[in-house]
Ligand binder design. Structure first.
Ligand SMILES: NC(=O)c1ccc[n+]([C@@H]2O[C@H](COP(=O)([O-])OP(=O)(O)OC[C@H]3O[C@@H](n4cnc5c(N)ncnc54)[C@H](O)[C@@H]3O)[C@@H](O)[C@H]2O)c1
Length: 341
């Protein structure tokens, strides 16, 4: 800490890092002290964009050796997240890792273990937990507004192709992962978060209709949770439509469809859906993402010495479910969780 502020190092100075920096700058209890990237000019451009006079680096070792750095924000590409996250934890830094946090179960486990061993605070980039519509749904379900939840459905529908800025990395299996790991993980995380439960079995099918990605671009999975809740989750990259993130929930006394609520408890005599004025997760633009809430929450957790509901141990479960979905596609049948490595 310097002048009572936590020092933040942003490692990977691309698109999402720009939105993260904007959010870090709004929090008065932190200071961005370092920006790094394997391409120095990227870090320089990002610092200039926000008028920052912080350290500009290419060498991650230097970042981790800097005593002014309390928090490392891992924002490079998918395939380096685990390695960067483990190194940050081992250096005693609190760590925010963008999604996906891992591309294999071995990585997933290693990251969870490194964070637990180091005793640092951690956060995964599942920013949708701070989206106002997601928060509203979560709070309605927890208040019993729709009775006993028995069905949850979430979809990540985002048409992507070669014009995507990170196409070379995202379209390949080794660096993108899979449709579920690359971006469907937001829907998988929302499914778990809204169900408030862990999956015990999953069955998935997929196709690759346009043949643009190295892996199947369109995936749908049905999930059975431990308490008997059933669910469906999908990721579509081949779709031709505006970005959509759908959330449907059914309970014994009501239902929720995105921003529409049907609740016998809340609205006796209701004759149609009641719409909540809220912000839906309806954009793929990082500047629309609720990083302010996510980052403020992480800073609170560090300063108040408490664990986040979205820490890397929790994100392990979301990634495990993504990998179980991928395994079900590969094996052509249901897969039970937890997964053995
Ligand atoms: N939470 C969200 O909603 C959300 C949204 C967008 C992106 N993301 C995630 O953020 C990550 C970055 O995505 P992006 O769109 O900003 O990509 P990007 O290509 O714009 O930025 C990545 C940056 O990392 C740098 N880089 C590459 N290899 C590196 C290394 N080994 N060490 C340090 N820097 C390295 C690149 O030079 C580039 O500047 C991805 O993993 C993506 O999944 C999350």
């Amino acid at each position: 800490m310097r002048d009572g502020k936590l020092g933040v190092a942003v490692h990977g100075a691309g698109w999402v890092a720009g939105a993260h920096v904007a959010s870090w700058l709004k929090n008065p209890r932190v200071e961005v002290v370092s920006i790094s990237d394997i391409r120095r000019e990227r870090s320089q451009q990002l610092a200039e964009r926000y008028g920052l006079h912080c350290a500009i680096r290419e060498d991650y070792g230097e970042v981790l050796a800097d005593p002014a750095v309390d928090i490392v924000d891992v924002t490079g590409p998918n395939h380096v997240h685990t390695e960067h996250g483990i190194a940050a934890a081992e250096a005693g830094k609190h760590v925010l890792v963008e999604k996906p946090i891992a591309l294999t179960m071995e990585e997933n486990r290693a990251l969870r273990e490194a964070v637990a061993k180091a005793g640092v605070k951690s956060l995964a980039g599942f920013c949708l937990r701070w989206n106002p519509a997601v928060q509203t749904i979560k709070s309605l379900v927890e208040s019993g507004a729709i009775g006993d939840l028995f069905y949850v459905e979430t979809d990540y529908w985002h048409g992507m192709g070669p014009s995507h800025h990170a196409w070379n990395l995202h379209s390949k299996k080794k660096t993108g992962g899979s449709a579920m790991l690359l971006a469907g993980c937001h829907a998988v995380d929302a499914l778990r978060w809204l169900a408030g439960d862990e999956a015990e079995e999953v069955s998935a099918v997929s196709n690759n209709r346009k043949g643009l990605f190295e892996y199947d671009a369109n995936v749908v999975a049905v999930v059975r949770f431990r308490t008997g809740i059933i669910g469906k989750v999908s990721a579509l990259f081949d779709c031709e439509m505006p970005y959509a993130f759908n959330m449907d929930l059914a309970g014994t006394e009501g239902a929720i469809r995105d921003d529409r609520v049907w609740s016998k408890k809340l609205f006796p005599g209701q004759t149609g859906w009641t719409r909540c004025a809220t912000v839906l997760p309806d954009s793929g633009d990082v500047h629309h993402h609720p990083f302010d809430g996510e980052i403020n929450h992480f800073v609170d957790c560090i300063l108040e010495d408490r664990e986040s509901h979205c820490n890397l141990a929790d994100a392990y479960r979301t990634h495990e479910l993504c990998m179980a979905i991928d395994r079900s596609i590969e094996e052509g049948g249901p897969v039970k969780l937890p997964l053995e490595v």
